[in-house]
Structure formats: C-alpha cells, structure tokens
Design a protein around this ligand. Structure first.
Ligand code: BEZ
Ligand code: FE
Length: 313
C-alpha cells in the first residue's frame, strides 16, 4: 500500500474519485480537490483554523431561511458570483449588456405594471425620477415585448422585504413597446449595507471592509429567443462605485441622473436612462445563468419540491 503524505494525498483522492460517471462532475470535483489541497498547503492550515472554517460554514447554513441565503452572500463578498457572471457573459453568442448580481432581494412575486406607472407606493416629495431605456438586440434593433423586471431600495435605503416580509414596493414588471422602450417612475436609489448580522457580516468586519453597495437598480430581462439578462445600473456619483463590497458595480453599467433629458418620455422630472442589449439565445442558455434566486425557491428545490427556472443558480 502506498504511503499517504501531504505530497501524495491529493493524487490518492483523485484516483479514488476517478470512477465518477458524470464527466462534468468529475472535472469539477477533481479541480475543487486540487485547489482545496493546494490552499491548505499554501497557508499550512492548522486543525484549529480548519475547525473555525467549519464553524463558519455551519453558522452560514443555520442563517439560511426562506428569506435569506447566506451562502450566496458569501459567494458575493468573495467576488465569486461576479467572476461566475463574467465567465457566463463570455459564453454569450453575442456581446450584450454585462451581467451584474441578482442579489438576495429578488422576489418572483412582483406586480405587472403599465408603462409609465410608478413602482414607489409613497415616494417622498423631491425623490422621484423617471427610469427609461431601450431593450435592443446586439445589433441595436428594438426588442418588443421583452419583460423587464425591476427592483430597488426605497428612499430609506431598504428593500420592501427588509421592513416586512409581505410588503411589495419598489418593484414591478414592465413590457417593452414596439421600439423596445420601457419607462416608469421611481425614486432615486440609495447605497446601502449588505446584511451584516450574520457570519458573512462578521467576516467582512474582520477584514475591516465597509460592507456598502453603491446605489443601484436591479433588472431581470427576458425575451423569447434571447439569453436572459440579470443586470443592474449604478449611479456614477456614488462614493462606493469603485469599492462595492460584492464587486457588482462596473463602469459600463454606470449612469447619471439627468435634469432635463429631451429624450425622456415623461417631462418635468429628473431621469435615468439605461439601455440594454440582449444576446441571441444558444442551446446552452436553456439552463439558468442566474447566480442566485428568490431564497424561498432555493429552499423548495433543496427539499425536492418543484421550483421555477433559475432557482439555485
Ligand atoms: C443587492 O444588490 O441587493 C445585493 C447583492 C449582493 C449582496 C447583497 C445585496
Ligand atoms: Fe441590490
């Protein structure tokens, strides 16, 4: 029998896992083992440190509920979600608007609204603005009938569900017209802190990071024949545009609030314009490209109950 040492253990594990029938699972698990072992060797990980890591993951699991997914927050704060989004974008058939984080506040239940409606139920005076833009294909041709789902924080910097699990505000679903146009009224979003009351927050604090996201508005765009787009716009003047704690903000997604935009479909209000380009769909796009989901859908899937497309990333 071969002697197991820190130098031979990795090959021993890989040899034993070589029986894995699913080729993709085999590739992923072999790489995971190689990199995990290399990580432990590189930092000379001690038993006490590894137990701390296991305690951290246990606490993250206990924090997960129908309202909260702590592991996605971990993936986000480690830049892994943004990396996977970037890798996903690189497989699109055509160059399109880049993906940005779905985040933990997406909910499948959102009202379908007519063009020009407000997604803010009680906007504070002076905070309202128009949000509009065109959804086109990669060549700039309008995509009519695209579903544009939008969600954001209110004037207090909180998502509706952070105040009450059942409230629905600052979210809505719109449909583009024949010119690919969507438009609505909303309030200027505010930057906010990610949830810091769990193990991921403790990690962020231990790293002396600020935990802030720059002001943004989320989009989930779907149209028949096109790859689904999960993205967000970011306000260019936000002080955290360059150091978003979850690495979602990016210069190509930055926009300004404009006082008198002559192209804005509703006059007399400040406005934000955000155009989006969609890539044609490939056969591979039939599986979800989302990193994240409505947390209740992830739990349903974990229990073997039917969950809608996209759940579980
Ligand atoms: C958000 O944009 O809502 C978000 C994204 C990742 C982690 C936390 C919040
Ligand atoms: Fe957000």
């Amino acid at each position: 029998m071969r002697e197991l040492t820190p130098d031979t253990i990795t090959d021993a594990v890989l040899d034993q896992m070589a029986t894995t029938p699913d080729p993709r699972l085999k590739t992923i698990m072999a790489a995971a083992v190689k990199h995990l072992h290399a990580f432990a060797r590189e930092v000379n990980l001690t038993p006490a440190e590894w137990i701390k890591g296991i305690e951290f993951m246990t606490a993250a699991g206990k924090m997960c509920s129908p309202e909260r997914q702590e592991f996605i927050l971990l993936s986000d704060t480690l830049g892994l979600s943004a990396l996977i989004n970037g890798l996903h974008d690189a497989t699109a058939l055509e160059e399109a608007t880049h993906t940005s984080l779905l985040g933990p506040f997406y909910r499948e239940a959102a009202p379908t609204l007519a063009a020009g409606s407000s997604i803010a139920k009680n906007p504070k005076p002076g905070t309202e603005c128009v949000l509009y833009g065109r959804v086109t294909d990669a060549a700039g041709k309008p995509v009519a009938g695209a579903t544009v789902s939008i969600w954001q924080t209110g004037a207090d910097g909180l998502y509706d569900i952070q105040s009450s699990a059942t409230s629905v505000d600052y979210r809505g679903v719109f449909t583009t017209d024949a010119n690919g146009l969507y438009f609505l009224k909303t309030v200027k979003p505010l930057g906010y802190s990610i949830p810091m009351d769990g193990p991921v927050g403790a990690m962020v604090k231990a790293q002396a990071r600020h935990g802030m996201r720059p002001a943004h508005i989320h989009f989930l765009v779907g149209a028949a024949g096109y790859r689904e787009l999960v993205t967000a716009l970011y306000l260019r003047d936000d002080p955290h545009l360059d150091d978003d704690v979850v690495f979602g903000s990016s210069g190509d997604l930055a926009v300004d609030v404009v006082a008198n935009d002559p192209d804005c479909p509703i006059k007399g209000m400040p406005s934000i314009r955000f155009d989006m380009r969609l890539s044609r769909e490939s056969a591979a796009d039939k599986t979800s490209g989302r990193v994240g989901a409505d947390p209740s859908a992830i739990l349903k899937q974990a229990k073997g109950e039917p969950a809608p497309a996209g759940a579980g990333g």
